[in-house]
Design a protein around this ligand. Structure first.
Ligand SMILES: Cc1cc2nc3c(=O)[nH]c(=O)nc-3n(C[C@H](O)[C@H](O)[C@H](O)COP(=O)(O)OP(=O)(O)OC[C@H]3O[C@@H](n4cnc5c(N)ncnc54)[C@H](O)[C@@H]3O)c2cc1C
Ligand code: FES
Length: 258
């Protein structure tokens, strides 16, 4: 799959709920052969020096040459992005990184998503047979509108910190229930979200002997293995997440802090 760097024109860029904005643009080359888990590296103001570094975002949905990205406003870059209207330009490099395993045979498949990890896992669940999609958010205001999840054929379960939608508490409580119901030996987990959530998911997987994959959303400067700013510790040593990941199997990830 060839990496390209292209200037695109924004077709749509609007807020869809209390958490996410949806960005839409067209590019046949950036859409070609992409699999869920891969990402785009976005220069938000192509004609300006600031912000200098690109920002990475997962592919959320692709229909022919139409690409959708779902993003949360966290800092200066995403704030500037949210201010761009239809017709504005972005310079985008992609597709980058390694995707999630698309076909998992002989296991029930659970996706565990939170925060900026929701988009790639919705993409995965739309394109592949999946048994459960578990989504954790702070409150109902952050839950994706139903139509955004209408193409997912999995059983979708929500957990909110304040109990305003789905079960009250962390998404890992839903995971524990499914393990009890299905039995650990027949399960496979794929997860993406805030580090504490993924660490909790991986702790449960390790305890139960469940295989799986996690997408490590490290900050990325270059996105192509040149700056070594996104290193992740594996049993073979430190590797750049933008090239070797962002998706890693659980047994390739060595925890570096509590
Ligand atoms: C492979 C990959 C895929 C991603 N996919 C998406 C996506 O689909 N949608 C989306 O909204 N975001 C995604 N992110 C995160 C996104 O890149 C950051 O939120 C963004 O770069 C923040 O830029 P900023 O200038 O707004 O914030 P900054 O000013 O750079 O940071 C503001 C705050 O955001 C935090 N932050 C910065 N980078 C990250 C990160 N990688 N993960 C979590 N917190 C971060 C900082 O610690 C700080 O607290 C992805 C990141 C990676 C590495
Ligand atoms: S972001 Fe530069 S090496 Fe990964």
């Amino acid at each position: 799959m060839k990496r390209v760097d292209e200037t695109v024109t924004i077709q749509e860029n609007k807020r869809i709920n209390g958490k996410y904005y949806k960005l839409v643009f067209k590019s046949a080359r950036l859409a070609r052969g992409v699999q869920a888990g891969q990402f785009l590296h976005v220069q938000i103001r192509p004609d300006a020096v600031d912000p200098f570094l690109r920002r990475p975002f997962s592919y959320y949905r692709i229909q022919h040459d139409r690409i959708e990205v779902l993003y949360e406003v966290l800092g200066r870059g995403t704030e500037l992005l949210a201010g761009l209207g239809k017709g504005s330009h972005l310079k985008i490099m992609g597709p980058l990184g390694k995707a999630f395993t698309q076909q998992v045979r002989g296991k029930k498949r659970i996706l565990v998503a939170g925060g900026v990890g929701v988009p790639p896992l919705v993409f995965l669940a739309e394109k592949n047979p999946v048994d459960y999609l578990l989504i954790g958010t702070k409150s109902r205001a952050e839950v994706l509108p139903k139509k955004e999840l209408s193409k997912v054929r999995a059983e979708i379960l929500h957990a909110t910190n304040d109990g305003s939608y789905g079960v009250r508490g962390f998404v890992t409580a839903l995971l524990e229930k499914i393990i009890q119901k299905e039995g650990a030996e027949c399960l496979h987990i794929q997860t993406c979200g805030p580090a504490p959530m993924m660490n909790a998911v991986m702790d449960i997987a390790k305890r139960e002997g469940i295989p799986g994959e996690a997408s490590m959303e490290e900050s990325m400067a270059c996105g192509v293995g040149a700056c070594l700013g996104c290193m992740v510790k594996t049993p073979e040593g430190w590797v750049p997440s933008c090239i070797e990941g962002p998706v890693f199997s659980f047994d390739r990830l060595v925890r570096t802090c509590a």
